[in-house]
Design a binder for this molecule. Structure first.
Ligand SMILES: Nc1ncnc2c1ncn2[C@@H]1O[C@H](COP(=O)(O)OP(=O)(O)OP(=O)(O)O)[C@@H](O)[C@H]1O
Length: 592
């Protein structure tokens, strides 16, 4: 398994350090101060022992002498009691700093996770539709819900490693001062041990990457098994999904346990080795050096502290490496979303009446390889009803998507009121185009909330009016709580035709200038469909309607009908004249 390049790891660390530089600086400061005070606390052992041993005269040289001078400078007596008091004060301040650093660490971690999730969600909402076509939504969910939390753990591990490293440096400095040779020998031993372990234990970054990959796969499978549960059951796809899930789980379990086992291994090898080193050091210090009892006490104390600190740091460092892939992947993912931003629009205000809307020689392809629309031109005037028919895959829905500006043409242009639509703000444009699709998404909330999505200020009277037209009223009485009924995940408690009617009512409530109906009533039975149509026609409307239909009876009253074949408009005209022409439309009509 190839190791991940150092550059990528460093990039991960850079992302952590640069997230909130001031906060990071505060944590660095608290950690350095904690280490310094720990050092002072530990070295106070020296005068403590020496004063206890001496007959009362203040010590002159060495560490004890240094402290004696500080006490003298502060005008304090240098007695056993005052030294103990000094230790107490130093430790109190030290642990206060430790508390502040821990607080800051939790703050940084929590904010980082929240920030990642917010950026992820913001960028998701701002990403262009083409991105979702390409990437799907499961990776987005995984990045925002699962990976962001793990990235937070990386930040926490990073800070812990830093804090402990400061303590280690402090202990090492004291040990070096007290017994340079012994310290160098022990540090050399620990260095060799670390190098050896690093080269025998598999990199946590590599294993962590496999955990992240497994998480993505789990998310994908679970999403297919929940959102597509009906297809899974009716198509008998469950066994394959189970296998995929099991394979992802196996990878997750194997890699997660591996990383934790390696952490434990490193920790215990260290603990054992360092315990042995310490006893060797005690022997060497007592046998070969002439250290004072105070210095020896401080030295051994430092060594006892140093052991677990070094082993803990190594373990944490390994953990950090395991978490870094989650952080790097999530950041990259969010950047990638950002590199696919919503299509840009101008700032020209859209006129109250945007008609006529015209497609002028519009060509378009989704993936630049196969042209889906080829030189499509048509026009809609104020209040007109135009319709598109044609065989499946001809490009009708693509025309509707381009009109809603979910995509932009590759060539040609779409104009409104004589100007290219690119000059108008995208958000405003979309708010003036009500788009109803064949399989509309129903939000997991009440019927009323679903209706109000695009027009929060609509009155109950307006709601009831559009529900009357869209024939929602025909079934609302059957719902448990009427308009307050929760419709479930993607409107699961409604039939296909009921969902379409809710979507139509919601669009009518938008009070838009163009109503796009893309097979919007295809799931309704003929009698309800006729009533819906009659309702729309009876509206005192001045908006344009662009309807796409397979059931041609629904569009026979259109002002103009366009027949689309293979991305091109092949005929146009009213129902009667098209039948007379005996072209494709007439064939489609007679086939019904
Ligand atoms: N998001 C997409 N990404 C890539 N290709 C797409 C996408 N949507 C549609 N297509 C392709 O574009 C072509 C036209 O599709 P479109 O949905 O516009 O046809 P349609 O006439 O509305 O068909 P139907 O009547 O079946 O709804 C098809 O070949 C389809 O495979």
């Amino acid at each position: 398994m190839p190791d991940i390049p150092l550059r990528e790891k460093l990039h991960g660390l850079y992302l952590i350090a640069s997230y909130r530089p001031r906060f990071t600086a505060a944590i660095v400061a608290f950690s350095v101060l904690t280490a310094l005070l720990e050092g002072i606390g530990v070295t106070l052992i020296v005068p403590l022992v020496e004063v206890a041993q001496s007959s009362g005269a203040p010590p002159e040289g060495g560490i004890a002498g240094g402290f004696a001078r500080i006490y003298q400078f502060l005008g304090l007596p240098f007695t056993l009691g005052s030294i103990v008091l000094g230790v107490g004060v130093v430790l109190t301040v030290r642990y206060t700093f430790t508390f502040l650093a821990q607080w800051a660490r939790v703050y940084l971690r929590t904010n980082y996770v929240a920030d990642l999730q917010s950026r992820g969600f913001e960028n998701t909402l701002d990403a262009r539709i083409a991105y979702f076509d390409r990437e799907g939504s499961d990776d987005i969910l995984n990045a925002i819900v699962t990976q962001a939390q793990k990235a937070g753990e990386a930040i926490e591990a990073f800070i812990r490693v830093f804090q402990r490293s400061m303590l280690i440096l402090m202990y090492l400095a004291i040990a070096l001062y007290l017994a340079p040779v012994l310290t160098v020998v022990s540090a050399g031993f620990v260095g060799v041990l670390t190098f050896g372990l690093r080269n025998t234990v598999e990199s946590a970054y590599t294993i962590g990457d496999r955990v992240a990959e497994a998480n993505e796969q789990i998310q994908r499978v679970v999403q297919a098994g929940t959102q597509g549960i009906r297809e899974v059951k009716t198509l008998g796809y469950g066994a394959e999904l189970r296998d995929d899930f099991a394979a992802a789980m196996e990878q997750y379990i194997g890699s997660s346990i591996r990383v934790k086992r390696n952490e434990a291994l490193i920790g215990n090898v260290y603990n054992l080795s360092i315990a042995l080193v310490i006893f060797g050091l005690i022997y060497a210090a007592l046998t070969f050096t002439t250290m004072s009892f105070g210095a020896l006490g401080a030295f051994l104390f430092v060594m006892f502290k140093l052991g677990p600190a070094v082993s803990g740091t190594n373990q944490r460092f390994y953990q950090l490496e395991g978490m870094l892939p989650h952080l790097v992947r999530t950041e990259e993912f969010i950047d990638n979303l950002q590199r696919n931003p919503e299509i840009e629009g101008g700032e020209e205000p859209l006129p109250d009446d945007p008609s006529p809307i015209a497609f002028e020689d519009v060509s378009f392809s989704y993936d630049k390889s196969e042209e889906v629309l080829n030189d499509v031109s048509f026009r809609m005037d104020h209040g007109e009803f135009v319709a598109f028919v044609g065989e499946s895959g001809a490009g009708k829905s693509t025309i509707a998507s381009l009109l809603a500006r979910l995509y932009t043409p590759d060539s040609g242009r779409i104009t409104a009121s004589g100007r290219p639509v690119e000059e108008y703000d995208v958000g405003e444009w979309r708010s003036r185009v009500a788009y109803v699709q064949q399989n509309p998404f129903i939000f997991n909330t009440t019927l009323e909330e679903n209706l109000l999505v695009a027009n929060q200020d609509a009155s109950r009277q307006e709601i009831e009016r559009v529900c009357e037209i869209a024939q929602v009223t025909e079934f609302v009485g059957d719902l448990a709580d009427g308009y307050e009924t929760e419709l479930g995940d993607d409107g699961v408690r409604l039939s296909g035709g009921q969902r379409q009617r809710v979507a139509l009512a919601r669009a009518l409530l938008e009070d838009a200038d163009v109503l796009v109906l893309d097979e919007a009533t295809s799931d309704l039975d003929t009698s309800i469909e006729t009533q819906v149509q009659a309702g729309i026609e009876s509206m005192d409307r001045d908006f344009m309607i662009l309807a796409i239909a397979h059931r041609l009876s629904t569009i026979s009253d259109a002002d103009r009908i366009y027949t689309v074949s293979d991305g091109t408009i092949v005929e146009r005209g009213e129902h009667g004249s098209l039948i007379e022409n005996d072209g494709q439309y007439a064939k489609l009509y007679s086939a019904q």
